[in-house]
Structure formats: structure tokens, C-alpha cells
Design a binder for this molecule. Structure first.
Ligand SMILES: O=C[C@H](O)[C@H](O)COP(=O)(O)O
Length: 151
């Protein structure tokens, strides 16, 4: 399997975790490329703008996945889901992260810096990179129904 191309992004409330998680992904041999869409320190871009930028890159095929961080992981998910073809989830436990990929073929994982500790965030991201959707699984026809409602 080819390495993943992953977009990372956050607002100011998620910046610290975004930096930590970007470094973790850059050091992961399962990851081919990491594209950072901000924010940088001192920037206050609103979370919907960062999330939609990242989601559009996934929808355009520029990246395979996106990892987004805000205070709760909620706003970035709501915004990313506005982009047709993108399935973004907020997940703060191991099982949900697994099922987000295996059941929902979600390309975007959203985390809340104000919700979980950094070590849990790191663990969830390491696990997330190891999950891959199986298009021949029984879940595929359900995901196809989500895709149907994109149009
Ligand atoms: O979902 C929104 C995020 O948690 C964001 O980082 C903080 O948003 P707020 O400043 O509107 O609470």
C-alpha cells in the first residue's frame, strides 16, 4: 500500500496539538507526505476556513486524508462536511477512530485539544494511520448511500 498523503490543519485553539501531530506524522513511515494548511503561531484564521481548505484538498485528490484540530473537534468537522465527497468525524476513542475508517470510510479525523490529552491524541492518530477502508466490505454499500446524498 502506498504511503498516505495527509493534510493537517487547526485553528488557534488546536495549534499546539496540530504541531505535535504533524511531527508525529512526518516521522511515520506509513505517511508519504504531510501538508500543513495552518494556522501558524499568531494567526487567528477561523476554523471553518482552515477546515474547508483541508477538505477541498481531500476532495480534489491532492491528499488522501486530513487531520483537523480545534478546541473541541466539532467545528472543524461541521465545516469539513460541507465539502461534497468528504466524510469528517470527531472521534476521541480508539473504537470510534477505527470504525470511522472501516465503517464510514471517513477521510477526515477531527480532534479537540480542549477535550483529550496529548498522549491520547498521539495514540489515536497512530492507530488512525493504520486503518484502511475495505471497498469489498459490507460497509461499502452503506458508504455508497452517503455518497449518493452528496449529489
Ligand atoms: O468548534 C469550535 C472550536 O472548538 C473552536 O476551536 C473554538 O470555537 P469558539 O471560540 O467559538 O468556542
Amino acid at each position: 500500500m502506498d504511503g498516505l498523503r495527509i493534510v493537517v490543519g487547526s485553528d488557534d485553539a488546536g495549534l499546539q496539538y496540530k504541531e505535535v501531530l504533524r511531527e508525529l506524522l512526518e516521522a511515520d513511515e506509513r505517511v508519504a507526505a504531510v501538508i500543513d494548511v495552518g494556522v501558524a503561531a499568531g494567526e487567528e484564521t477561523a476554523y471553518p476556513d482552515v477546515a474547508v481548505d483541508a477538505a477541498r484538498r481531500v476532495a480534489a485528490g491532492e491528499a488522501d486524508r486530513a487531520l483537523l484540530v480545534c478546541g473541541t473537534g466539532l467545528g472543524v468537522a461541521i465545516a469539513a462536511n460541507k465539502v461534497a465527497g468528504v466524510r469528517a468525524v470527531t472521534a476521541h476513542d480508539s473504537y470510534s477512530v477505527e470504525r470511522a475508517v472501516l465503517s464510514n470510510d471517513a477521510q477526515v479525523l477531527c480532534l479537540g485539544q480542549r477535550v483529550i490529552g496529548v498522549e491520547l491524541a498521539r495514540r489515536l492518530v497512530r492507530e488512525w494511520v493504520g486503518h484502511h477502508f475495505d471497498p469489498s466490505s459490507p460497509s461499502a454499500r452503506k458508504v455508497a448511500r452517503i455518497v449518493h446524498y452528496d449529489h
